[in-house]
Design a protein around this ligand. Structure first.
Ligand SMILES: Cc1cc2nc3c(=O)[nH]c(=O)nc-3n(C[C@H](O)[C@H](O)[C@H](O)COP(=O)(O)O)c2cc1C
Length: 273
């Protein structure tokens, strides 16, 4: 890449971060203002094989208070390959995308995370490797029903996870890989060309809730921005023009004894000293 091309791309990235023009001063009108039909609040299931999740979390034991959870929160990349229960997974899904209420006449969902204009433009897919009570494979979370729709079997799950995360081999031991997509028009209907930056800000809340909820359950997670869009698009069978893969998270069981192995991921820091 030439220096000029590099500088052009850096400027494009910075402009994306910078520009949030005042919508009121603009002569552009959103599809919402033009009274175009509102897109669905959530993507409908493409599968009839539905697994309802428990909404009652009384048997989820959380020993730590919020301050301790915030202190404990870290990225985990060493997993001990024990079982995770479907109720723990249910709790995590509720913590990151759970619907608490509907605003107006199906105008918006109110969830456990905030979202600009309550658009909540994300869909959550899971590659389930090892969760008690759920067969391994590809699933789609249905937030309104708090259910999982089974989409497909996957022949070699660890290798599929490895390919999805561009060869970050430690991820192969995840119990679950979370894949977040953005249905862009759900946010564009209200915010048009201004929709994309707020949507990515929204996504940070989803990731942090997953970090905090996983920590509360003594499980480990790691946000993943290095992934293979093309591979995941094919796996999910989504239309990449409309639905964009935006973030991934691993999830696994962790042991205190593995803390040294976790530190090995940062060995390069010692080499720098
Ligand atoms: C948006 C985002 C993307 C990330 N992508 C990766 C990744 O692809 N691979 C990885 O090993 N860690 C990834 N991480 C984890 C960061 O490296 C980690 O959060 C950072 O080193 C700070 O460590 P801590 O989370 O333990 O505080 C990502 C974190 C975030 C928030």
């Amino acid at each position: 890449m030439s220096q000029k091309e590099y500088e052009r791309l850096v400027k494009k990235g910075r402009d994306f971060m910078r520009h949030l023009p005042n919508i009121v001063l603009d002569d552009w009108q959103s599809d919402q203002e033009l009274k175009k039909p509102q897109p669905p609040l959530c993507k409908a299931s493409v599968s009839k094989e539905i697994y309802p999740l428990k909404r009652n979390f009384q048997d989820i034991e959380i020993k730590d208070d919020l301050t301790s959870i915030l202190i404990k929160r870290k990225s985990h990349r060493v997993y001990s390959e024990e079982k995770i229960s479907s109720n723990q997974l249910s709790y995590l899904l509720w913590a990151i995308q759970g619907v608490k209420d509907i605003r107006g006449d199906n105008y918006a969902t109110l969830r456990t995370v905030p979202s600009a204009g309550a658009r909540h433009p994300f869909e959550t897919y899971l590659i389930i490797n090892d969760v008690t009570g759920l067969k391994p494979g590809l699933y789609h979370y249905l937030p309104l029903e708090h259910s999982l729709a089974f989409l497909d079997e996957i022949r070699d799950i660890p290798e599929t996870i490895n390919e999805a995360v561009c060869g970050q081999t430690w991820a192969k031991k995840s119990n679950v890989l979370f894949i977040f997509t953005c249905i862009a028009y759900r946010a564009e209907w209200r915010y048009g060309y201004l929709a994309h930056k707020p949507a990515l800000i929204d996504l940070g809340h989803v990731g942090e809730n997953l970090y905090l909820a996983a920590t509360a359950l003594d499980l480990g997670t790691c946000g993943i921005a290095t992934y293979d869009d093309y591979f995941i698009n094919d796996l999910l069978k989504i239309d990449p023009k409309e639905e964009i893969v935006v973030y991934l998270h691993t999830l696994g069981t962790v042991k205190k004894e593995d803390q040294d192995k976790e530190q090995a991921f940062y060995a390069f820091l010692k080499e720098q000293q």
